[in-house]
Design a protein around this ligand. Sequence first.
Ligand SMILES: Nc1ncnc2c1ncn2[C@@H]1O[C@H](COP(=O)(O)OP(=O)(O)OP(=O)(O)O)[C@@H](O)[C@H]1O
Ligand SMILES: [Mn+2]
Length: 411
Amino acid sequence: MKLKWKIIVLFNIFFIFFVSFKILQPEDEDVWGDNPLPSSASREGRKLVKILEEKYMLRSEYCQADDDPWKIAADWVKPREIIPENAPKLGCVLHSLKSGKILSADVGYKGTQLKLTLQLEGGQRVIFKPKWFERDFVQETIISGGDRHNGEIATFHLGRLLELRRTPIAVGRKINLKNEIIPVASERLLKTFFTKGRNQCFYGKCLYCKDESTGVCAEGDILEGVVILWLPNRYPLKVYRSPWLRSYKPGVTRRWESDKDFCKDVIMKEPYNSGSMLMDLVDATIVDYLIGNADRHHYETLGTQSDSMVLILDNGKSFGNPDYDEYTILAPLYQCCKIRESMWQTLLMLRNTVLSKTLQTLLSQDSLEPVLHDKYYAALDRRLERILLEVNECIVAKGIQQVITDTSTHS
Ligand SMILES: Nc1ncnc2c1ncn2[C@@H]1O[C@H](COP(=O)(O)OP(=O)(O)OP(=O)(O)O)[C@@H](O)[C@H]1O
Ligand SMILES: [Mn+2]
């Protein structure tokens, strides 16, 4: 064959290989299934999701022989965070929470809702909030209904993604009431056990725990719920009434609901006139709007310093309706028109479904997956946009200097 023909044949072979490779190459968009990111954001978004998954997914569930999970978790707690940004042992702690032997079980310690206080092997105290609803159950109103155990799990991981890390460590667990609770239950808890058909039930002791009609039932002996790690006692919790408290009485409204200048008064007074409290409340508001929690009537700080963090404790009244967004939850944000720069940047980063995609991956690691009904992922992305819209409106009205506050000062 002449050289010229050899070159033509070789060129054709190369061309065929090149075209076949391009045809067989997997489409990037496949990763997103039916719901691709907008094309302009897709490449950047995919990269971000990958980075965040890399950062936040649990690598190993298992503890090393010399790991003490309870000491690890207690050492994590600092005045402004419950877990560190980088927590490679989180898998070990969550695994211990969901599988640790239950040494004793008692009625809930505080609060109005049914819960258990458990002591796990190694002496760790935890709370167990039981499952009441299926994932697709829609609550009648924003403040009605019992706790959603899955909301506690989702909010813990959402708190990590938002770089707040002020939500208590929570993990799904199925407990066998007959084998794991009844043999170690306190007398006062045991007294509240009863059966309904073949299901084991109990009604515990709390404000709303009355009798069998207010009890919760397992499926057979197995009760699904969330285990929440108790915070170490070295920091006393201090309770504050939220300035944006709802009235809870039909027909009665509170001042913040009608007074657009309400925040002006709040920021003049203790404890909001200095320290980190006001901006911590704005952070909590953002979490609450995303999860649909209109029930943060009180909040607690970890410790009593002016920069002690506002804990985002008790997230059970969440994820009750994926199709309804309660605007007034955002009142501290749109009335005060202030947001920390770090929070703003994080929210901007999580746009274009990065939030929902990443959270979905993180939640898929919980043994109770799916933790949330699919509809809530669209709700999270929609609510995130709404928050950013409010921030923009504030910037237009007041100027960026007034609205975006410096992270380093917390306030
Ligand atoms: N992880 C925790 N570590 C330490 N203390 C906690 C923890 N979780 C809850 N508590 C304490 O127990 C109280 C009641 O817990 P929680 O708010 O979850 O219960 P609740 O029954 O839903 O309360 P409420 O009726 O006020 O809504 C909290 O206000 C807090 O003081
Ligand atoms: Mn509650």
